[in-house]
Design a binder for this molecule. Sequence first.
Ligand SMILES: CSC[C@@H](O)[C@@H](O)C(=O)COP(=O)(O)O
Length: 375
Amino acid sequence: MNDYNFDPKVRTVWWEDDGDGRAVVHMLDQSLLPQQVVYLHLTHEQQVAEAIAQLRVRGAPVIGVTAGFGMALAVTRFLAERDADRLETTPAEIEAHLAQVGQLLGQTRPTAVNLFWAIERMQRSTRQACQAGLSSQQLAEVLKAEAHQIAVEDVQACWQMGLHGAELIADGDTILTHCNAGALATTGIGTALAPVYMAAHTGKHVHVFVDETRPVLQGARLTAWELQQEGVPLTLITDNMAGYFMRQKRIQAIFVGADRIAANGDVANKIGTYSVAVLAHVHQIPLYVVAPCSTIDLALLSGEQIPIEQRKAEEVTTLYGTRIAPMDVAVANPAFDVTPHAYVTAIVTEKGIMRAPYTETLRARCMPSRQNKSE
Ligand SMILES: CSC[C@@H](O)[C@@H](O)C(=O)COP(=O)(O)O
């Protein structure tokens, strides 16, 4: 998949043509990890939408990649069905179909902006191909290539974030991370964990403290598993232990990912990131946010405007299907929170390390790569 020196041991999502005009999106079902390593083979955009909504695939960058593959899959499937019925399909009909698929996918997870970025990018490619007078088959090929390009760029961005972020890690450091912003959240070596892998790969000794990350336990289930696969030493802690270890001076830096970053540098990330950031601020521990430019939403001036996904109560009232709370209890379950930019020491993107004030730097460095190169 990439031209670099080391590949992640986990593979999240990829595309395959079966040779008969049928396409399959393969995906590691992260909702079953670490107990079961199961791969899904998706052939319909409805299945792709269900997989995103149910956290079978999760983490902002790979949600974007999956949306790209889902849209390419939708076109291939649509054309194959119409062919089987001996119906001609115009590019305009494909464009209309993709508008519906974009809506379907766009309803799955409101906070991760990579989802909308990828949907818009695929729709822009469609428009341009239609304007250029391409045939329906050619349009399907263009969309497949665009989806692959999104994945390739993700791999490259992860690598660059790793290179830049590793500069912030000293030999012997212990890093705290929250949720999973590793290879499982991307098609490459991750965002927040990319600097850790890069530092370890270049001979630095790094230890990672992993917040379990209630309610869905991405830290305990995914980050702990992923770091084990990659041979990086780790200590799993519950979320409410982070302050204890910071006070004991056991943590030298915090690395987290992001689901959406507003123009002023406010960061939406997994619920609990804000609490970690406040603790880090009090203990004067640097907090680094590592995310590709596709996670930056320059249309939003501040984090106040970021939509926060509210998920179902069962994620809080149950653990692995076992009820842990009394029946009929009132529950709140926001999946993300916003960390104000004042608590963010630096934002690391594939374009380098950026520090406050963020607005101009993010705009200058990230704006060009958020646009489609063919524009
Ligand atoms: C590189 S992933 C960055 C974020 O997407 C990650 O930290 C996170 O919050 C994921 O949340 P999730 O609900 O598991 O999709």
